[in-house]
Design a protein around this ligand. Structure first.
Ligand code: SF4
Ligand code: SF4
Length: 174
């Protein structure tokens, strides 16, 4: 018995379909419809109106680094080089010096992070035995006009505050 074959008419064979103009105008109509609707009310758009609307940041989110300090302002870092060793991008440069506040033996006299090389992996935070480096500043927009400015140093790192309370960070931080 011969197999039944259903012949389906090929689409796009007629002249108006071949010149595509009707389809082009149909497409433009859809686009225009969306444009006008969003012009009237853009609340249904799945986009964030950055920079007016900032993203929500949780304690696990990794932003620009900071060096944590004691209540008297002296930094917790003991220049052990663990973070520098753990960094896969080799973008941390530390120079150790003698510590005179009696807390530990050493402290960094230079602590630079090249933010252009950093991949924000958080390994430095995890490697630190003193909880001296964190990425909880909430700073996500790191831009400048030249390469040199993208290297942040000890003073800037120690002066930047965290945006979460100690409790929030302890519960949810990396
Ligand atoms: S976040 Fe990663 S790449 Fe950046 S400084 Fe820390 S260890 Fe290095
Ligand atoms: S930030 Fe932490 S890991 Fe890095 S040198 Fe200081 S104490 Fe060591």
């Amino acid at each position: 018995m011969a197999a039944k074959t259903k012949i389906i008419k090929r689409r796009g064979e007629s002249l108006p379909e071949k010149v595509y103009l009707i389809e082009v105008f149909k497409g433009m109509g859809v686009t225009l419809g969306h444009f006008l609707r969003n012009l009237r009310d853009n609340s249904r758009l799945y986009v964030r109106h950055y920079p007016e609307q900032k993203p929500e940041i949780t304690p696990r989110w990794r932003g620009r680094h900071r060096l944590t300090t004691y209540e008297d302002g002296s930094i917790k870092c003991v220049a052990c080089f663990m973070c520098q060793t753990a960094c896969p991008s080799r973008c941390i440069m530390i120079e150790a010096g003698e510590r005179l506040d009696g807390r530990e033996e050493k402290m960094p006299v230079r602590f630079d992070i090249d933010l252009l090389e950093c991949i924000y992996c958080g390994y430095c935070v995890e490697a630190c035995p003193k909880d001296a480096i964190r990425m909880d500043t909430g700073i996500f927009s790191v831009v400048d006009h030249n390469r040199e400015s993208m290297v942040i140093g000890l003073e800037e790192l120690a002066a930047t505050p965290g945006v979460f309370s100690e409790e929030e960070y302890t519960k949810g931080g990396i």
